[in-house]
Ligand binder design. Structure first.
Ligand SMILES: Cc1cc2nc3c(=O)[nH]c(=O)nc-3n(C[C@H](O)[C@H](O)[C@H](O)COP(=O)(O)OP(=O)(O)OC[C@H]3O[C@@H](n4cnc5c(N)ncnc54)[C@H](O)[C@@H]3O)c2cc1C
Length: 464
């Protein structure tokens, strides 16, 4: 019996799935269209700076993340205490985002009226609209200034998205559940913090991590664990066909364009949603427009490093910009405040995020225009002298950076469920469902692997 699993895409989802399968002793082969393993995750080193061109940090938000580190024997680098400070731009300066009720009452970010409103949050009625957006929900529970100066910049940082289109139960399911289960964010957060947790659940935390030397080291560790020989790069999958009930055949083109076919019992796609219909069109008859139409926010990431710079800001994770403030960037991360070795001794590294749903027009700017905007915004916001010259400036672009979980999400999830049910052994993963962050990707990989392991074990025992 064929037990090998073929995985389309060697990003974090595909690699996490493969690592779990390898841990269970099952054969895997990953097919990656590009020349690089890691998908959106990539670390570069230049002139003493270590910078990311995709995600900068993850959170140990689920036990699966901690378990992956255990499996790989890899130590995450936990961000320094400075990472607890998140700054928000308002007026002409940066203000710390409140971390508790007391700070929320004192901050200039929220209006006096909304501070009173926050105190009344535990007593406000539960929402009844299942597809309520994050913007509408937070305005209803906490007031406009909280939505504008906490939620909007937060969603700009995570989703590069629009709070008035992102639906809470898909985009921030934990927040949605707090209201549904406990009737209030504040009461829910307190109850959850007090609830007993299993030993496994205690592995999860809010800790922000990278890896010493950058997130690329996580990809290296995954590659070593899975075995480089099991990852085919420059191998772009063209289509999946079903040979019989239990066998799929998968055709891919290698770097020279030559086509090859492999067969398997389980196939896992981790490709972005708009790429999936062409992969499975010969397999299915259903309407796949709900996958094809998933909107992705474009993002431009600019790493800027200085050997020495005069900048004025509190050491922090970074600064986020509310859309009301009408600046041309979404936010700035301060990686060298949080992790060791990101800049040469005495130097500073910044990462600027631009684009997103709100500023999608920036995608068409030339690199020179992006460079000018990034430096103007950075210098103005951090009061860096105009005469300063960066020692590093690197621009990276992601056309399909972050999927936007709008009101059409239920329809897409339904399509995925139906396809997986109808075609046993077909697994449609990736960030079109299950969350957009690294922790979500690792968790989804573990879940897919578990389904495969259970199926293979079941088939083996029925053969015996
Ligand atoms: C700019 C940016 C910043 C981010 N910041 C953060 C952050 O700070 N924290 C966080 O938690 N998350 C962040 N994320 C999200 C995080 O990067 C993703 O959750 C994660 O890396 C996605 O992994 P994936 O494997 O699902 O997808 P990908 O990394 O996109 O991997 C999918 C792979 O599939 C391959 N592929 C597609 N089609 C085919 C085919 N037909 N044949 C073969 N291969 C194919 C692609 O080449 C790709 O390598 C960020 C993302 C971006 C773009």
């Amino acid at each position: 019996m064929e037990t090998r699993t073929l995985i389309i895409g060697a990003g974090l989802t595909g690699l996490s799935t493969a690592a779990r399968l390898r841990a269970a002793g099952l054969p895997v082969c990953l097919l990656e269209g590009s020349a690089h393993v890691g998908g959106q995750i990539r670390t570069f080193r230049k002139d003493g700076f270590v910078f990311e061109t995709g995600p900068n940090t993850g959170t140990i938000a689920s036990p699966e993340v901690a378990e992956l580190f255990e499996l790989l024997g890899l130590q995450p680098e936990i961000a320094s205490p400075a990472a607890a400070n998140r700054l928000i731009w308002k007026g002409r300066s940066l203000h710390p985002l409140p971390r508790n009720l007391q700070e929320a009452i004192g901050t200039p970010l929220f209006s006096f009226r909304d501070k009173i409103r926050i105190l009344g949050e535990p007593f406000r009625a539960r929402g009844t609209e299942p597809d309520e957006t994050v913007g509408a929900m937070t305005r209803r529970r906490l007031g406009c200034s909280f939505a504008d100066y906490a939620v909007d910049p937060f969603l700009g940082g995570i989703y590069a998205g629009d709070p008035d289109r992102l639906v809470t139960r898909f985009a921030l399911p934990k927040l949605y559940q707090l209201e549904q289960q406990y009737g209030s964010f504040i009461r829910g957060a307190i109850s959850k913090a007090r609830a007993p947790r299993s030993e496994r659940d205690r592995k999860a935390s809010r800790q922000v991590f990278s890896i010493e030397g950058g997130l690329g080291r996580l990809i290296d560790a995954l590659t070593d664990y899975i075995g480089r020989e099991n990852i085919l790069t420059e191998s772009s999958v063209q289509h999946i066909r079903q040979s019989d009930t239990h066998t799929y055949s998968l055709t891919y083109a290698d770097a020279s364009g030559e086509e090859h076919t492999l067969s398997c019992r389980h196939v896992v796609s981790t490709a972005a949603a708009h790429l999936v219909p062409s992969l499975i069109e010969s397999l299915v008859t259903e309407d796949l427009s709900s996958l094809a139409q998933l909107q992705y926010a474009p993002m431009i990431e600019v790493a800027i490093g200085f050997r020495h710079v005069d900048a004025s800001h509190l050491p922090a994770f970074g600064a986020l910009i509310p859309s009301r403030e009408n600046r041309r960037i979404l936010g700035i991360l301060f990686p060298s405040d949080c992790f060791r070795g990101r800049a040469p001794e005495g130097g500073t590294l910044y990462t600027i995020f631009m684009g997103g749903v709100r500023h999608a027009y920036l995608w068409d700017c030339t690199d020179e225009e992006i460079r000018t905007i990034a430096l103007e915004e950075l210098y103005d916001m951090l009061r860096i002298p105009a005469s300063s010259v960066p020692d590093l400036l690197h621009i990276s672009r992601h056309r399909h950076a972050i999927p936007q979980y709008y009101a059409d999400t239920e329809q897409r999830l339904d399509t995925i469920r139906r396809l997986e049910h109808k075609h046993a052994g077909l697994h449609l993963g990736g960030n079109m469902s299950g969350g957009i962050g690294m922790a979500h990707r690792i968790t989804q990989g573990a879940e897919i692997a578990k389904r495969i392991i259970v199926d293979v074990a079941g088939s083996a025992s029925s053969v015996r």
